[in-house]
Write a protein that binds this ligand. Structure first.
Ligand code: GDP
Ligand code: MG
Length: 451
Protein backbone atom coordinates (compact mmCIF):
# COMPACT_ATOMS: atom_id res chain seq x y z
CA UNK A 1 0.00 0.00 0.00
CA UNK A 2 0.93 3.62 -0.23
CA UNK A 3 1.36 3.78 3.52
CA UNK A 4 3.69 0.79 3.54
CA UNK A 5 5.81 2.15 0.73
CA UNK A 6 6.11 5.54 2.32
CA UNK A 7 6.87 4.07 5.70
CA UNK A 8 9.53 1.88 4.09
CA UNK A 9 11.07 4.77 2.21
CA UNK A 10 11.19 6.91 5.30
CA UNK A 11 12.51 4.20 7.56
CA UNK A 12 15.80 4.22 5.67
CA UNK A 13 16.26 7.81 6.70
CA UNK A 14 15.84 7.17 10.38
CA UNK A 15 18.87 7.55 12.47
CA UNK A 16 20.64 9.74 9.95
CA UNK A 17 22.07 12.90 11.33
CA UNK A 18 21.66 14.80 8.11
CA UNK A 19 20.27 14.22 4.68
CA UNK A 20 22.51 14.22 1.67
CA UNK A 21 21.07 15.10 -1.74
CA UNK A 22 21.54 11.46 -2.69
CA UNK A 23 19.43 10.38 0.31
CA UNK A 24 16.70 12.75 -0.73
CA UNK A 25 16.76 11.60 -4.35
CA UNK A 26 16.57 7.98 -3.30
CA UNK A 27 13.72 8.63 -0.90
CA UNK A 28 11.85 10.64 -3.50
CA UNK A 29 12.18 7.79 -6.00
CA UNK A 30 10.54 5.48 -3.45
CA UNK A 31 7.79 7.96 -2.72
CA UNK A 32 7.23 8.41 -6.45
CA UNK A 33 6.82 4.66 -6.96
CA UNK A 34 4.57 4.43 -3.95
CA UNK A 35 2.29 7.16 -5.26
CA UNK A 36 2.14 5.68 -8.75
CA UNK A 37 1.33 2.31 -7.28
CA UNK A 38 -1.49 3.92 -5.36
CA UNK A 39 -2.96 5.17 -8.64
CA UNK A 40 -2.06 8.79 -8.24
CA UNK A 41 -1.84 10.28 -11.70
CA UNK A 42 1.58 10.98 -13.17
CA UNK A 43 1.40 14.78 -13.45
CA UNK A 44 0.24 14.96 -9.85
CA UNK A 45 3.11 12.73 -8.75
CA UNK A 46 5.63 14.86 -10.64
CA UNK A 47 4.44 18.09 -9.10
CA UNK A 48 4.33 16.52 -5.67
CA UNK A 49 7.83 15.07 -5.83
CA UNK A 50 9.40 18.24 -7.08
CA UNK A 51 7.89 20.18 -4.19
CA UNK A 52 9.13 17.61 -1.66
CA UNK A 53 12.62 17.69 -3.15
CA UNK A 54 12.83 21.41 -3.15
CA UNK A 55 11.74 21.64 0.45
CA UNK A 56 13.85 18.75 1.72
CA UNK A 57 16.96 20.20 0.12
CA UNK A 58 16.20 23.66 1.43
CA UNK A 59 17.12 24.96 4.83
CA UNK A 60 14.17 23.44 6.55
CA UNK A 61 15.84 21.01 8.88
CA UNK A 62 14.21 21.67 12.19
CA UNK A 63 16.04 21.76 15.46
CA UNK A 64 13.44 19.59 17.14
CA UNK A 65 13.18 16.86 14.51
CA UNK A 66 15.60 14.43 12.97
CA UNK A 67 15.88 14.31 9.15
CA UNK A 68 13.49 11.37 8.79
CA UNK A 69 10.91 13.14 10.88
CA UNK A 70 11.50 16.30 8.90
CA UNK A 71 10.79 14.48 5.64
CA UNK A 72 7.65 12.94 7.15
CA UNK A 73 6.57 16.39 8.14
CA UNK A 74 7.21 17.83 4.69
CA UNK A 75 5.45 14.94 2.95
CA UNK A 76 2.54 15.34 5.33
CA UNK A 77 2.26 19.06 4.77
CA UNK A 78 2.42 18.66 1.00
CA UNK A 79 -0.21 15.91 1.14
CA UNK A 80 -2.51 18.18 3.10
CA UNK A 81 -1.86 20.88 0.53
CA UNK A 82 -2.74 18.59 -2.37
CA UNK A 83 -5.83 17.41 -0.56
CA UNK A 84 -7.04 20.97 -0.32
CA UNK A 85 -5.63 22.40 2.89
CA UNK A 86 -8.60 23.79 4.73
CA UNK A 87 -11.91 22.00 4.91
CA UNK A 88 -14.36 23.62 2.51
CA UNK A 89 -17.92 24.01 3.84
CA UNK A 90 -21.21 24.14 1.94
CA UNK A 91 -21.98 27.58 0.62
CA UNK A 92 -25.56 28.27 1.60
CA UNK A 93 -27.72 30.52 -0.59
CA UNK A 94 -28.54 34.00 0.71
CA UNK A 95 -32.12 33.38 -0.27
CA UNK A 96 -33.18 29.83 0.55
CA UNK A 97 -33.58 27.23 -0.63
CA UNK A 98 -29.96 26.27 -1.10
CA UNK A 99 -29.86 23.86 -4.01
CA UNK A 100 -27.41 20.99 -3.95
CA UNK A 101 -27.23 18.73 -6.97
CA UNK A 102 -25.52 15.33 -6.87
CA UNK A 103 -23.81 13.98 -9.98
CA UNK A 104 -21.69 10.94 -10.69
CA UNK A 105 -21.60 7.48 -12.20
CA UNK A 106 -24.10 4.80 -11.33
CA UNK A 107 -23.16 3.08 -8.10
CA UNK A 108 -20.96 5.95 -6.95
CA UNK A 109 -23.16 6.42 -3.90
CA UNK A 110 -25.30 9.44 -4.82
CA UNK A 111 -28.60 8.15 -3.47
CA UNK A 112 -26.98 6.94 -0.27
CA UNK A 113 -25.26 10.32 0.04
CA UNK A 114 -28.58 12.17 -0.42
CA UNK A 115 -29.83 10.48 2.75
CA UNK A 116 -26.62 11.07 4.69
CA UNK A 117 -26.38 14.69 3.67
CA UNK A 118 -30.07 15.27 4.45
CA UNK A 119 -29.65 13.65 7.84
CA UNK A 120 -26.53 15.66 8.58
CA UNK A 121 -28.14 18.95 7.52
CA UNK A 122 -31.20 18.20 9.58
CA UNK A 123 -29.08 17.65 12.67
CA UNK A 124 -27.69 21.13 12.10
CA UNK A 125 -31.14 22.64 12.12
CA UNK A 126 -31.81 22.74 8.39
CA UNK A 127 -34.99 21.54 6.74
CA UNK A 128 -33.85 19.59 3.70
CA UNK A 129 -35.96 18.11 0.92
CA UNK A 130 -34.69 15.25 -1.26
CA UNK A 131 -35.73 15.30 -4.89
CA UNK A 132 -35.76 12.08 -6.91
CA UNK A 133 -34.49 12.80 -10.40
CA UNK A 134 -33.08 9.39 -11.22
CA UNK A 135 -35.87 8.16 -13.44
CA UNK A 136 -33.55 5.93 -15.38
CA UNK A 137 -32.82 3.03 -13.15
CA UNK A 138 -35.83 0.96 -12.14
CA UNK A 139 -36.38 1.24 -8.43
CA UNK A 140 -34.20 4.34 -8.05
CA UNK A 141 -37.08 6.56 -6.92
CA UNK A 142 -38.21 4.00 -4.38
CA UNK A 143 -34.63 3.63 -3.14
CA UNK A 144 -34.49 7.36 -2.42
CA UNK A 145 -37.84 7.18 -0.66
CA UNK A 146 -36.53 4.44 1.62
CA UNK A 147 -33.33 6.38 2.25
CA UNK A 148 -35.39 9.49 3.05
CA UNK A 149 -37.59 7.60 5.46
CA UNK A 150 -34.58 6.27 7.30
CA UNK A 151 -33.02 9.72 7.46
CA UNK A 152 -36.38 11.25 8.40
CA UNK A 153 -36.09 13.68 5.54
CA UNK A 154 -39.03 14.21 3.14
CA UNK A 155 -38.67 13.11 -0.46
CA UNK A 156 -40.20 14.75 -3.50
CA UNK A 157 -40.79 12.22 -6.24
CA UNK A 158 -42.98 11.76 -9.28
CA UNK A 159 -45.84 9.34 -8.75
CA UNK A 160 -45.28 6.40 -11.00
CA UNK A 161 -47.71 6.24 -13.87
CA UNK A 162 -49.91 9.13 -12.77
CA UNK A 163 -47.65 11.92 -13.93
CA UNK A 164 -48.41 13.70 -10.69
CA UNK A 165 -45.69 15.03 -8.40
CA UNK A 166 -44.95 13.55 -5.01
CA UNK A 167 -45.63 15.72 -2.00
CA UNK A 168 -47.75 18.34 -3.67
CA UNK A 169 -50.16 18.21 -6.56
CA UNK A 170 -47.57 19.44 -9.00
CA UNK A 171 -48.13 17.94 -12.40
CA UNK A 172 -44.88 16.22 -13.22
CA UNK A 173 -44.28 13.88 -16.08
CA UNK A 174 -42.68 10.81 -14.62
CA UNK A 175 -40.24 10.45 -17.49
CA UNK A 176 -38.68 13.89 -17.35
CA UNK A 177 -36.02 14.49 -14.67
CA UNK A 178 -35.65 18.18 -15.52
CA UNK A 179 -39.33 18.85 -14.78
CA UNK A 180 -39.12 16.83 -11.56
CA UNK A 181 -36.08 18.86 -10.48
CA UNK A 182 -37.85 22.18 -11.19
CA UNK A 183 -41.01 21.03 -9.46
CA UNK A 184 -38.96 19.90 -6.48
CA UNK A 185 -37.43 23.34 -6.12
CA UNK A 186 -40.87 24.95 -6.36
CA UNK A 187 -42.12 22.56 -3.71
CA UNK A 188 -39.27 23.59 -1.41
CA UNK A 189 -40.08 27.27 -1.94
CA UNK A 190 -43.77 26.72 -1.28
CA UNK A 191 -43.24 24.64 1.84
CA UNK A 192 -40.19 26.55 3.08
CA UNK A 193 -37.62 23.78 2.96
CA UNK A 194 -34.28 25.52 3.17
CA UNK A 195 -32.12 22.99 1.32
CA UNK A 196 -32.96 20.97 -1.79
CA UNK A 197 -30.87 17.89 -2.53
CA UNK A 198 -31.30 16.67 -6.09
CA UNK A 199 -30.46 13.01 -6.66
CA UNK A 200 -29.71 12.33 -10.32
CA UNK A 201 -29.22 9.33 -12.58
CA UNK A 202 -25.83 7.90 -13.40
CA UNK A 203 -24.57 5.52 -16.04
CA UNK A 204 -22.03 2.78 -15.78
CA UNK A 205 -19.64 4.81 -17.89
CA UNK A 206 -19.22 8.35 -19.09
CA UNK A 207 -21.73 9.07 -21.79
CA UNK A 208 -23.00 12.09 -23.69
CA UNK A 209 -26.66 11.57 -22.86
CA UNK A 210 -25.91 11.34 -19.15
CA UNK A 211 -23.91 14.57 -19.25
CA UNK A 212 -26.65 16.32 -21.21
CA UNK A 213 -29.29 15.29 -18.69
CA UNK A 214 -27.16 16.39 -15.76
CA UNK A 215 -26.31 19.73 -17.32
CA UNK A 216 -29.98 20.29 -18.23
CA UNK A 217 -30.95 19.73 -14.60
CA UNK A 218 -28.18 22.09 -13.57
CA UNK A 219 -29.35 24.80 -16.01
CA UNK A 220 -32.96 24.44 -14.93
CA UNK A 221 -32.30 24.66 -11.19
CA UNK A 222 -29.14 26.79 -10.92
CA UNK A 223 -27.70 24.87 -7.98
CA UNK A 224 -25.55 26.57 -5.34
CA UNK A 225 -23.45 23.45 -5.14
CA UNK A 226 -22.95 20.64 -7.63
CA UNK A 227 -21.30 17.75 -5.85
CA UNK A 228 -19.43 15.20 -7.92
CA UNK A 229 -19.77 11.90 -6.10
CA UNK A 230 -16.97 9.42 -6.72
CA UNK A 231 -16.18 5.96 -5.44
CA UNK A 232 -12.72 6.16 -3.87
CA UNK A 233 -12.11 2.55 -4.82
CA UNK A 234 -11.98 3.16 -8.57
CA UNK A 235 -8.42 4.43 -8.47
CA UNK A 236 -6.99 5.97 -11.61
CA UNK A 237 -10.44 5.97 -13.26
CA UNK A 238 -11.53 8.57 -10.75
CA UNK A 239 -9.39 11.12 -12.56
CA UNK A 240 -10.87 10.40 -16.01
CA UNK A 241 -14.38 10.43 -14.58
CA UNK A 242 -13.77 13.63 -12.64
CA UNK A 243 -12.39 15.33 -15.75
CA UNK A 244 -15.41 14.25 -17.78
CA UNK A 245 -17.85 15.57 -15.19
CA UNK A 246 -15.88 18.79 -14.76
CA UNK A 247 -16.17 19.31 -18.50
CA UNK A 248 -19.74 18.04 -18.96
CA UNK A 249 -21.54 19.33 -15.89
CA UNK A 250 -18.97 21.28 -13.94
CA UNK A 251 -19.05 20.87 -10.20
CA UNK A 252 -18.21 22.91 -7.14
CA UNK A 253 -17.04 20.11 -4.87
CA UNK A 254 -16.22 16.43 -4.62
CA UNK A 255 -17.57 13.73 -2.32
CA UNK A 256 -15.45 10.62 -1.87
CA UNK A 257 -17.43 7.51 -1.03
CA UNK A 258 -16.55 4.00 0.12
CA UNK A 259 -13.56 5.13 2.10
CA UNK A 260 -14.35 2.22 4.39
CA UNK A 261 -13.00 -0.07 1.68
CA UNK A 262 -9.31 -0.53 1.10
CA UNK A 263 -9.15 2.56 -1.09
CA UNK A 264 -5.58 3.33 -1.88
CA UNK A 265 -5.90 7.04 -1.45
CA UNK A 266 -4.68 7.79 -4.95
CA UNK A 267 -8.09 8.93 -6.11
CA UNK A 268 -8.37 11.49 -3.38
CA UNK A 269 -4.94 12.86 -4.16
CA UNK A 270 -5.49 13.16 -7.88
CA UNK A 271 -9.08 14.38 -8.14
CA UNK A 272 -8.45 17.46 -6.12
CA UNK A 273 -5.22 18.32 -7.92
CA UNK A 274 -6.48 17.60 -11.43
CA UNK A 275 -9.86 19.36 -11.20
CA UNK A 276 -8.94 22.08 -8.74
CA UNK A 277 -12.22 21.40 -6.93
CA UNK A 278 -12.23 20.78 -3.20
CA UNK A 279 -13.14 17.46 -1.64
CA UNK A 280 -15.96 18.42 0.70
CA UNK A 281 -17.34 15.24 2.22
CA UNK A 282 -16.25 11.70 2.87
CA UNK A 283 -18.54 8.69 3.03
CA UNK A 284 -17.33 5.60 4.77
CA UNK A 285 -20.09 3.04 5.01
CA UNK A 286 -23.70 2.25 4.31
CA UNK A 287 -25.14 3.65 7.52
CA UNK A 288 -26.48 7.20 7.76
CA UNK A 289 -23.79 8.29 10.16
CA UNK A 290 -20.89 6.95 8.12
CA UNK A 291 -20.34 10.42 6.81
CA UNK A 292 -18.27 13.45 7.67
CA UNK A 293 -16.92 16.62 6.21
CA UNK A 294 -13.61 15.86 4.53
CA UNK A 295 -10.55 16.63 6.62
CA UNK A 296 -7.42 16.92 4.45
CA UNK A 297 -5.15 16.48 7.46
CA UNK A 298 -6.82 13.23 8.50
CA UNK A 299 -6.66 11.89 4.98
CA UNK A 300 -2.98 12.76 4.81
CA UNK A 301 -2.26 10.84 8.00
CA UNK A 302 -4.29 7.95 6.66
CA UNK A 303 -2.20 7.96 3.50
CA UNK A 304 1.01 8.28 5.45
CA UNK A 305 -0.25 5.49 7.66
CA UNK A 306 1.52 6.86 10.64
CA UNK A 307 -1.51 7.79 12.60
CA UNK A 308 -0.76 9.90 15.56
CA UNK A 309 2.98 9.90 15.07
CA UNK A 310 2.39 13.17 13.27
CA UNK A 311 0.73 14.76 16.25
CA UNK A 312 3.56 13.49 18.38
CA UNK A 313 5.95 15.27 16.05
CA UNK A 314 3.93 18.45 16.41
CA UNK A 315 4.05 18.23 20.17
CA UNK A 316 7.74 17.49 20.13
CA UNK A 317 8.30 20.58 18.04
CA UNK A 318 6.34 22.71 20.43
CA UNK A 319 7.90 21.54 23.63
CA UNK A 320 11.30 20.21 22.95
CA UNK A 321 14.17 22.37 23.94
CA UNK A 322 16.40 21.81 20.99
CA UNK A 323 19.85 22.25 22.44
CA UNK A 324 19.18 20.38 25.62
CA UNK A 325 17.61 17.56 23.71
CA UNK A 326 20.42 17.46 21.20
CA UNK A 327 22.91 16.80 23.92
CA UNK A 328 20.64 14.27 25.59
CA UNK A 329 20.04 12.41 22.33
CA UNK A 330 23.74 11.86 21.83
CA UNK A 331 24.10 10.63 25.37
CA UNK A 332 21.08 8.39 25.05
CA UNK A 333 22.44 6.62 22.00
CA UNK A 334 25.78 6.16 23.68
CA UNK A 335 24.25 4.99 26.95
CA UNK A 336 25.81 7.94 28.76
CA UNK A 337 22.68 9.55 30.04
CA UNK A 338 23.14 11.11 33.47
CA UNK A 339 20.59 11.40 36.24
CA UNK A 340 20.48 15.11 35.56
CA UNK A 341 19.52 14.42 31.92
CA UNK A 342 17.11 11.78 33.10
CA UNK A 343 15.31 14.30 35.23
CA UNK A 344 15.24 16.87 32.45
CA UNK A 345 13.89 14.33 29.99
CA UNK A 346 11.17 13.39 32.41
CA UNK A 347 10.23 17.00 32.96
CA UNK A 348 10.10 17.58 29.21
CA UNK A 349 7.94 14.53 28.72
CA UNK A 350 5.69 15.85 31.46
CA UNK A 351 5.32 19.15 29.59
CA UNK A 352 4.09 17.19 26.60
CA UNK A 353 1.00 16.02 28.43
CA UNK A 354 -0.16 13.01 30.37
CA UNK A 355 2.31 10.19 29.84
CA UNK A 356 -0.40 7.78 28.75
CA UNK A 357 -1.29 9.95 25.75
CA UNK A 358 2.25 10.09 24.58
CA UNK A 359 2.80 6.37 24.93
CA UNK A 360 -0.31 5.75 22.87
CA UNK A 361 1.21 7.70 20.02
CA UNK A 362 4.51 5.89 19.81
CA UNK A 363 4.66 2.98 17.40
CA UNK A 364 5.53 -0.22 19.24
CA UNK A 365 6.06 1.52 22.53
CA UNK A 366 5.02 -1.48 24.53
CA UNK A 367 8.40 -2.03 26.17
CA UNK A 368 8.89 1.56 27.10
CA UNK A 369 5.55 1.55 28.85
CA UNK A 370 6.99 -0.61 31.60
CA UNK A 371 9.54 2.00 32.45
CA UNK A 372 7.42 5.06 32.07
CA UNK A 373 4.27 3.69 33.63
CA UNK A 374 6.13 3.75 36.92
CA UNK A 375 6.56 7.47 36.52
CA UNK A 376 3.31 9.21 37.24
CA UNK A 377 3.18 12.92 37.78
CA UNK A 378 3.18 12.70 41.57
CA UNK A 379 6.18 10.42 41.58
CA UNK A 380 8.04 12.85 39.39
CA UNK A 381 8.12 15.29 42.28
CA UNK A 382 9.77 12.69 44.52
CA UNK A 383 12.18 11.71 41.77
CA UNK A 384 13.09 15.34 41.40
CA UNK A 385 13.66 15.67 45.15
CA UNK A 386 15.93 12.61 45.23
CA UNK A 387 18.02 13.73 42.28
CA UNK A 388 18.33 17.21 43.73
CA UNK A 389 19.62 15.58 46.91
CA UNK A 390 22.60 14.19 45.03
CA UNK A 391 25.90 15.92 44.47
CA UNK A 392 26.62 17.06 40.91
CA UNK A 393 29.25 14.35 40.72
CA UNK A 394 26.70 11.68 41.64
CA UNK A 395 24.22 12.98 39.09
CA UNK A 396 26.82 12.95 36.33
CA UNK A 397 28.26 9.59 37.24
CA UNK A 398 25.53 7.50 38.92
CA UNK A 399 27.79 4.45 39.12
CA UNK A 400 29.50 5.92 42.18
CA UNK A 401 26.29 5.97 44.21
CA UNK A 402 27.11 3.27 46.76
CA UNK A 403 25.28 2.25 49.93
CA UNK A 404 26.56 5.03 52.16
CA UNK A 405 25.79 7.66 49.52
CA UNK A 406 22.29 6.23 49.16
CA UNK A 407 21.68 6.59 52.87
CA UNK A 408 22.91 10.20 52.80
CA UNK A 409 20.71 11.02 49.78
CA UNK A 410 17.67 9.40 51.42
CA UNK A 411 18.11 11.40 54.59
CA UNK A 412 18.77 14.59 52.71
CA UNK A 413 15.67 14.36 50.52
CA UNK A 414 13.28 12.91 53.09
CA UNK A 415 12.70 9.52 51.49
CA UNK A 416 13.61 5.94 52.37
CA UNK A 417 16.76 4.24 51.15
CA UNK A 418 14.63 1.78 49.24
CA UNK A 419 13.12 4.65 47.26
CA UNK A 420 16.58 5.84 46.33
CA UNK A 421 17.51 2.30 45.35
CA UNK A 422 14.42 2.03 43.19
CA UNK A 423 15.18 5.25 41.42
CA UNK A 424 18.79 4.37 40.72
CA UNK A 425 17.83 0.90 39.49
CA UNK A 426 15.09 2.29 37.32
CA UNK A 427 17.46 4.84 35.92
CA UNK A 428 19.99 2.23 34.79
CA UNK A 429 17.20 0.14 33.33
CA UNK A 430 15.76 3.13 31.48
CA UNK A 431 19.14 4.21 30.20
CA UNK A 432 19.71 0.79 28.70
CA UNK A 433 16.24 0.66 27.22
CA UNK A 434 16.38 4.17 25.79
CA UNK A 435 19.70 3.44 24.11
CA UNK A 436 18.22 0.30 22.58
CA UNK A 437 15.02 2.07 21.54
CA UNK A 438 16.80 5.00 20.03
CA UNK A 439 18.75 2.65 17.83
CA UNK A 440 15.68 0.74 16.75
CA UNK A 441 13.35 3.67 16.18
CA UNK A 442 15.83 5.97 14.56
CA UNK A 443 15.45 8.48 17.33
CA UNK A 444 19.19 8.62 17.63
CA UNK A 445 19.52 11.74 15.58
CA UNK A 446 16.31 13.11 17.00
CA UNK A 447 17.56 16.48 17.72
CA UNK A 448 20.75 16.86 15.88
CA UNK A 449 20.88 20.10 14.03
CA UNK A 450 21.97 20.05 10.46
CA UNK A 451 24.25 22.90 9.63
P1 GDP B 1 -25.83 5.74 -6.90
O1 GDP B 1 -26.06 4.83 -8.04
O2 GDP B 1 -24.74 6.72 -7.20
O3 GDP B 1 -27.06 6.39 -6.40
O4 GDP B 1 -25.25 4.82 -5.71
P2 GDP B 1 -26.00 4.24 -4.45
O5 GDP B 1 -26.24 5.31 -3.45
O6 GDP B 1 -27.20 3.47 -4.88
O7 GDP B 1 -24.88 3.28 -3.87
C1 GDP B 1 -24.43 2.14 -4.58
C2 GDP B 1 -24.04 1.08 -3.57
O8 GDP B 1 -22.94 1.51 -2.82
C3 GDP B 1 -25.12 0.79 -2.57
O9 GDP B 1 -25.13 -0.60 -2.30
C4 GDP B 1 -24.70 1.55 -1.33
O10 GDP B 1 -25.18 0.94 -0.15
C5 GDP B 1 -23.22 1.47 -1.43
N1 GDP B 1 -22.55 2.60 -0.80
C6 GDP B 1 -22.75 3.91 -0.98
N2 GDP B 1 -21.88 4.65 -0.24
C7 GDP B 1 -21.11 3.76 0.42
C8 GDP B 1 -20.00 3.89 1.32
O11 GDP B 1 -19.53 4.97 1.69
N3 GDP B 1 -19.45 2.73 1.79
C9 GDP B 1 -19.92 1.51 1.41
N4 GDP B 1 -19.33 0.44 1.90
N5 GDP B 1 -20.93 1.36 0.56
C10 GDP B 1 -21.53 2.46 0.06
MG1 MG C 1 -28.91 6.44 -7.21
Amino acid sequence: SLSDRLTGALKDLRGKGRLSDADIDRTCREIRLALLEADVSLPVVRAFISRIKERAKGQEVSAALNPAQTVVKIVNEELIGILGGETRRIQFAKNPPTIIMLAGLQGAGKTTLAGKLGHWLKKQGHTPLLVACDLQRPGAVQQLQIVGERAEVPVFAPHPGTGVGGEGELGVTAGDPVSVAKAGVEEAKAKLYDVVIIDTAGRLGIDAELMKQASDIRDATQPDEVLFVVDAMIGQDAVTTAEAFAEGVDFTGVVLTKLDGDARGGAALSVREVTGRPIMFASSGEKLDDFDVFHPDRMASRILGMGDVLSLIEQAEQHWDAQQAEAAATKITQGELTLEDFLEQMLMIRKMGPIGNILGMLPGAGQMKDVLSQVDDKQLDRVQAIIRGMTPEERANPKIINASRRLRIANGSGVTVSEVNQLVDRFFEARKMMAAMSGRMGMGGVNRKSK
